[in-house]
Each structure stands twice: as structure tokens, then as C-alpha cells.
Ligand binder design. Structure first.
Ligand SMILES: Nc1nc2c(c(=O)[nH]1)N[C@H]1C(S)=C(S)[C@@H](COP(=O)(O)OP(=O)(O)OC[C@H]3O[C@@H](n4cnc5c(N)ncnc54)[C@H](O)[C@@H]3O)O[C@H]1N2
Ligand code: MOO
Length: 427
């Protein structure tokens, strides 16, 4: 006699894979960011470098000015220097003294009150000179100069230390050195700096379908070119971290554990992509769970809701979602500030701009959304035609992201929206 099994009762179809399922704990974006910020700290040690080799490094200690800039009061222009006290309103005619003051060739004598001296840009003001008249504002015959007064005291001069004073902090700890910073440090005589050793970011792709190195072959349809790893390695390089290519592993837990072991010895932090959610083949989250130090988050963000966080042999692991758009957005929003903190740079927030929308959208409550966007010639934000997180072409089409807050919102063309240019993520 056969027994009829009881009927299965699936939940009502929502036809919206992004609706917040009841009973699941969604971590708001800000909560996730606060947790990362509170729990991460620099993991890199400190070394000394010549300033000329330090571009892109993060200062571990403040860089202190060894000398003032400028070191002495000097002239900002080519012209004639004199004592302001002897001048007044109307036509001023001053006899010139012999000699001149030039940058690097100072005039050692004193300029008597009522006389002027030829002076060039950058020259230290000679004794008796506190004011300079611009050459173009004068007439002269080689023995005298004339100009129209009044001229303001200290015109066209620079005070000693008006830019930086010796002993001041020229640049604070945590600052990542850019080209202009090398100018500043050089100007104040600082030739050696203490910097953090660059952070090593290991990047690993997972999934049986992924082919890490196709050798130029056109793959059969069931196989997927590895898009995430080249992107993530390039982002690491762009952010002045050292990219560590950990290659690819299939859906094999033992192989993944081995590769994470390698990552933990070669890198300071590991980004994996794929296998982050809770499916049958989601080994990254499963392994981190087994290791016992795992935060598996369903973040209230779109795209990119599964993000696994854990420690593997003491090394932080970010299990990014496999969909390339989600992997990209999670890396910008969560990965970048976390990396900058680990690298000693402090928490880096992107700078956004409020611009009018060139689109309309009915946004639901619950998840913060990041739309691929770019500015029209009028400076309005248009968004990519699809929000599908496998649509990699939209990442290239875009020049930034539009960020829509957690709540529900109806957006009409012209409404203000927050645009985060790729440039504000230093991409
Ligand atoms: N039943 C449910 N299924 C899924 C959910 C869900 O909530 N319930 N979430 C979806 C979302 S959202 C995302 S994102 C993905 C994330 O899952 P995984 O992190 O486990 O990623 P995979 O399943 O391994 O891959 C997803 C997708 O991305 C492709 N992929 C993976 N790695 C790469 C790579 N290196 N280069 C290019 N493409 C890659 C992969 O082939 C898949 O198509 O889960 C949804 N499912
Ligand atoms: O939102 Mo998933 O994180 O589509 O890509």
C-alpha cells in the first residue's frame, strides 16, 4: 500500500529576488561599516625611506619640518626693494644703490632709507628693505626709479615661515604621499620618512565554472572567464597596495583551505570572490564558518548582499559575492576603507556630490542601492539601463555610482541624488 506524501507548500512567489526575506537579519550598510571601522587596525610594520622613494607610501609618524618655508623673508617678484617708511602718496622717485639682490646671491649691505635696490624673485630681502615694487610698475634710467604711491607696506614680499614653520608637522601620520607632498617635504628639508610597509592584498577567485587562465582560448559556454581577479588586482595596485595573485580554486573545500593557507602566509588580507552566500557550493563562507571566526553578513545593500568576513590563520578574509558588479561595489564601499585602515591610512570616505537625477526610479525601503551612473554634459546623473549585477559592461559605461539611502524614495528627473565619481574612490 503506497502512502501519499503530504503536499509541499512553497512560499508565495514574490518575483523580486531582492525583497528582504522575513526572518533574515539584514545588516545595514552603516552598521557593517561601523563594525569594520571599530575592529580593524594597521597590520603593517614600519620602515624608513628616502622621500624620493616614498611616493604612494603612508606616513607612520608625522613628518616634521626641519626648516621653515620660506626660510627667510624674500621678494615675490622681480622689481625694486626699499623701506616703506620713506615713501608716501603720489609720484615717488628713489635713487638706486649699487648692486642687486638675487635668489641665492644675497645683498650683504644695508639699503639706506630713501633709496632702492634692484631685487629679483626669491632674493632674501636685504637689511633696510621691507617692501618691493613690481618692475612693470616703474620707470627707470639706471640711476633712479619712479612709481606712483602709495604702495602698501610689505607689498610683493613673503614672510619667513609664512608657509611652514620649522618644527611644525608638515604632514600627519596616516597621510599617503602624493606628488605634491614630495615637493612639500623636500622644501622643508625632510629627506627621510617613516612609512608603513605597503599592505599585501591577496586576491582569489573561486567556483568550478571560472577559468583563471584561458591561455587565449575561446571557452565553451559552461565556463566563465575570470573577470573579478584582474579587476581586484588592478584596484589593489591603484590603491598602492601590493597585489598578491592567489589564482583560482574550484569548488573543493580542501583545495580552498590550502590556498587560504598560502594567502595567509603571503598576504596581509585576502579578498575572495564567489561562494560567499549560503548555497551548496558556497565553500568560502562554509570554511570561514568552520574556522570559527566568521561574520556572515547579509548586508542591506544592492548589489552585493552576501559578504562573508572572517579570519584565516589571523589574516582577515573578505568573501566578496561572485557577481562582478556586486564584487566591485562591495570592494568600493566596504573593502576600500577597510584596506586603508589596515594599511595605516585611517578610514577613507569617498567624497560625493549632489547632482540632479536624469532618471526616474521608485526605490523600495530596506537596502541602500548603488547604481552605475555617469554625468551627462549638463552635469545630471544618468544611470545604466540595467541593474543586473552580472552586467559588467555597465561598470565600464559608468564614471561613478549613484547612492540611494536605505529608505524608500521616489526619484523624478531633476531630483537631487548623491553621485560618487570613480575618482573619489581613487579609481
Ligand atoms: N537563492 C538565492 N540565490 C542567490 C542569492 C540569494 O539570496 N538566494 N543571492 C544572489 C546574489 S545577490 C549574489 S551576488 C550571488 C552571490 O553568490 P556567491 O558569492 O556565492 O557567488 P557565486 O554563486 O559563486 O557566483 C555568482 C555569479 O558570479 C559569477 N562569478 C563568480 N566569480 C566570478 C569571476 N571571478 N569572474 C566572473 N564571474 C564570476 C558566477 O559565475 C555566478 O554567475 O548569489 C545569488 N544567488
Ligand atoms: O546583489 Mo547580488 O549581491 O546580485 O550581485
Amino acid at each position: 500500500m503506497s502512502v501519499t506524501p503530504p503536499p509541499l507548500t512553497p512560499p508565495r512567489l514574490k518575483n523580486d529576488c531582492f525583497a528582504l526575506p522575513p526572518g533574515v537579519d539584514w545588516t545595514p550598510v552603516d552598521t557593517a561599516l561601523d563594525l569594520l571601522r571599530a575592529n580593524l587596525s594597521p597590520v603593517v610594520d614600519i620602515k624608513e625611506l628616502d622621500v624620493s622613494d616614498a611616493l604612494g607610501h603612508v606616513l607612520a609618524h608625522p613628518a616634521v619640518a626641519r626648516r621653515s618655508n620660506p626660510p627667510a623673508a624674500n621678494s615675490a617678484v622681480d622689481g625694486y626693494g626699499f623701506a616703506h617708511a620713506a615713501t608716501g602718496e603720489g609720484l615717488q622717485t628713489l635713487p638706486l644703490i649699487e648692486g642687486r639682490a638675487a635668489a641665492g646671491v644675497p645683498f650683504s649691505g644695508r639699503v639706506p632709507e630713501g633709496m632702492a635696490i634692484r631685487i629679483l624673485t626669491g632674493a632674501i630681502l636685504p637689511a633696510g628693505v621691507d617692501t618691493v615694487v613690481l618692475e612693470e610698475d616703474t620707470a627707470g634710467d639706471g640711476h633712479r626709479i619712479a612709481f606712483h604711491g602709495p604702495i602698501k607696506m610689505r607689498s610683493n614680499t613673503r614672510k619667513a615661515g609664512e608657509d611652514v614653520i620649522a618644527g611644525d608637522v608638515a604632514l600627519p601620520a596616516g597621510h599617503r604621499l602624493r606628488a605634491p607632498d614630495l615637493a612639500l617635504l623636500s622644501a622643508v628639508g625632510t629627506t627621510r620618512v617613516s612609512v608603513f610597509r605597503p599592505l599585501r592584498l591577496g586576491v582569489l577567485s573561486t567556483g568550478d565554472e571560472i577559468v583563471a587562465d584561458s591561455g587565449g582560448a575561446l571557452l565553451e559556454v559552461g565556463r566563465i572567464y575570470d573577470a573579478n581577479r584582474p579587476m581586484l588586482l588592478a584596484m589593489a595596485r591603484r590603491w598602492n597596495h601590493v597585489p598578491v595573485d592567489l589564482g583560482h580554486v574550484g569548488d573543493d573545500r580542501a583545495a580552498l583551505a590550502d590556498r587560504l593557507d598560502r594567502g595567509a602566509s603571503e598576504a596581509d588580507v585576502i579578498f575572495t570572490s564567489g561562494g560567499a552566500s549560503a548555497g551548496d557550493e558556497d565553500h568560502v563562507s562554509a570554511l570561514l564558518q568552520e574556522a570559527g571566526v566568521m561574520q556572515s553578513w547579509r548586508i542591506a545593500v544592492k548589489p552585493g548582499r552576501p559578504l562573508a568576513l572572517g579570519l584565516w590563520k589571523g589574516v582577515p578574509v573578505f568573501g566578496l559575492p561572485g557577481n562582478p558588479v556586486a564584487a566591485f561595489v562591495c570592494t568600493l564601499i566596504f573593502g576600500r576603507p577597510a584596506l586603508s585602515l589596515l594599511a595605516g591610512e585611517g578610514w577613507e570616505e569617498p567624497v560625493g556630490f549632489t547632482v540632479p537625477a536624469a532618471f526616474e526610479k521608485n526605490k523600495r525601503a530596506g537596502r541602500r542601492e548603488y547604481l552605475r551612473a555617469r554625468l551627462t554634459p549638463q552635469g545630471h546623473a544618468e544611470v545604466f539601463r540595467s541593474e543586473g549585477s552580472g552586467r559588467i559592461s555597465g561598470l565600464s559605461w559608468a564614471t561613478g555610482l549613484v547612492e540611494l539611502g536605505d529608505g524608500a524614495r521616489r526619484i523624478a528627473p531633476g531630483d537631487p541624488v548623491r553621485f560618487l565619481p570613480y575618482g573619489s574612490f581613487e579609481l
